[in-house]
Design a protein around this ligand. Structure first.
Ligand code: C5P
Length: 214
């Protein structure tokens, strides 16, 4: 069973996808973390084509404890915090527009998702990476609420986060390759005003409904 959760930054994808993976005992793939890893590498190795860096990189996600965010290892180095820095977020949305980077990362994501049960989150999981996913969710929320959530997470100013978010949303929506949009057949959930538990329960119920009964 594969559950694809796509949507804009701050819609609650990561929190919801992790909680859901934990509840169902499924693997968890944060495809955004992979774009962030490539962004970090491209900042560190200016001048080298990001797609080459992406191809050579070994990216792993380890669920450390049930409540903590998964640790992200890049070529064995723990980059969990480093990839969340604002300059990496900015660079991630730029490298994500590079079709060669997308080709490399989509192939890596497909290889991971080929076996087992997964909750995979991103922008193009239901549209490009795994259109065959049994359940596709498009998670969204009011732009100001999304910025408020991100700002609280980062300890940053809401207006600054709102401005950066608008720029990244625009890039994600308008890019030619793997643009952000609901996949055909996706269920759109607006999480504005909803708690994580409510969203997780809704998706878990939808997952149950599409599991073939024995
Ligand atoms: O989800 P997150 O904010 O960590 O993603 C970082 C960046 O990676 C996003 O700004 C987006 O441009 C890009 N991304 C993408 N496709 C995905 C996941 C993330 O283009 N499947």
């Amino acid at each position: 069973m594969l559950i694809a959760i796509d949507g804009p930054a701050g819609a609650g994808k990561s929190t919801v996808a992790r909680a859901l993976a934990r509840e169902l005992g499924y693997g968890y793939l944060d495809s955004g973390a992979m774009y962030r890893c490539v962004a970090l590498l491209s900042l560190e190795h200016a001048g080298q084509p990001p797609a080459e860096l992406a191809g050579a990189a070994k990216m792993e996600m380890q669920l450390a404890s049930p409540s903590a965010a998964p640790r992200v290892l890049l070529d064995g180095r723990d980059v969990t915090e480093a990839i969340r820095a604002p300059e990496v977020s900015e660079a991630a949305s730029r490298v994500a527009a590079d079709p060669d980077v997308r080709r490399v990362l989509v192939a890596k994501q497909r290889a991971l998702l080929a076996a087992g049960d997964w909750v995979a989150e991103g922008r193009d999981v239901g549209t490009v990476v795994a259109p065959q996913a049994e359940l596709k969710i498009f998670l969204t929320a009011d732009a100001l609420e999304r910025a408020r959530r991100r700002a609280a997470e980062l300890g940053a100013d809401v207006q600054v986060v709102l401005a950066e978010q608008a720029m990244r949303d625009e890039r994600d929506i308008t890019r030619e390759h793997g643009p952000l949009r609901p996949a055909p057949g996706a269920v759109t959930l607006d999480t504005t005003g909803l708690g994580v538990d409510q969203v997780v329960e809704r998706i878990a119920a939808l997952a149950l409904a599409c599991t073939p009964s024995s």
